[in-house]
Design a protein around this ligand. Sequence first.
Ligand SMILES: Nc1ncnc2c1ncn2[C@@H]1O[C@H](COP(=O)(O)OP(=O)(O)OP(=O)(O)O)[C@@H](O)[C@H]1O
Ligand code: NI
Length: 309
Amino acid sequence: MPVLQAKDISISFCQYTKGLEQSYQKVITSLHLDVHAGEVVAIVGSSGSGKSLLAHSILGILPDNCQLSGELYYKGAPLSEVELSKLRGKEISLVPQSINYLDPLMKVGKQVETSVPKEKGNKKSVVRQLFSKFGLAPKVEEMYPFQLSGGMARRAIVSAAIAGNPKLLVADEPTPGLDEEGVKEALSFFKKLSNQGHSIIMITHDLEAALQIADRIVVFYAGTTVEMAPVRDFAGAGENLRHPYSKALWNALPQNGFQPLAGSQPLHDQLPKGCFFGPRCSLKTEMCEQHLPELRGLRDGSVRCIHAT
Ligand SMILES: Nc1ncnc2c1ncn2[C@@H]1O[C@H](COP(=O)(O)OP(=O)(O)OP(=O)(O)O)[C@@H](O)[C@H]1O
Ligand code: NI
């Protein structure tokens, strides 16, 4: 049974148009995701594909003016608002994408202390241990966020996210601002957590980083999940991958010759008819324009493409 399962999530934002008239603008169409105990699942996809909104759905921290539909399950049971408020920051924790989540007016050590559960004993010493694990000197505890480098802020945020020893960690772009060594450390730290039975959802633009630690890769495109694949399928010319977009991402990596893909991901208010990837797809036929394909199971994975075999 998956620790977390998201099925057919769609998200709309309420906007005021004229005066008091409201309209709902759908920004996410159909996202699917699951993660098992001890598994690292990486979500890859370009900017605006819905990665952070899915993370916020899982944590139950979407803005008030938006409406979510679809199903979320935690350990097989539907994840309700009430349930989430009990789990958030404890069993389920988020490494937020922006370091602006740090309170600018509060010393960093004190902030991370607020994430340490009571049961853990002396909060200050827990923070000290966490910081030393991430190479942050004791003096950093006394600093304010503006005094930290991007990399230090990132480490402090990860410390806060894991302070409660979460079963499920959702890390939204955890590596920007870190140098090469820092990236390696962060990735190997997540891997270690997963080896201890924790589940990790890692969100990233960086397919290469994802491939280093993930067990499975989930590919998002324009607010839809287009493929779920085991990492081993990212090999050769991508012949084991299921969706043409995943193949394109793989073939665009330096080691595969930087093969570019023409066009760009459509915006949510300019989605094409039928398959969202259609306009960029070499496999496109008339059938593809009729409706958005469902995500279907295929060879140890899933794909949203009628042509995939
Ligand atoms: N508060 C909001 N109001 C209206 N639209 C929003 C809001 N937040 C996000 N969106 C839209 O939802 C879509 C998905 O956004 P999201 O932040 O999840 O993308 P992302 O994949 O995390 O991108 P990035 O890689 O840039 O972080 C985008 O089209 C974005 O414009
Ligand atoms: Ni994001």
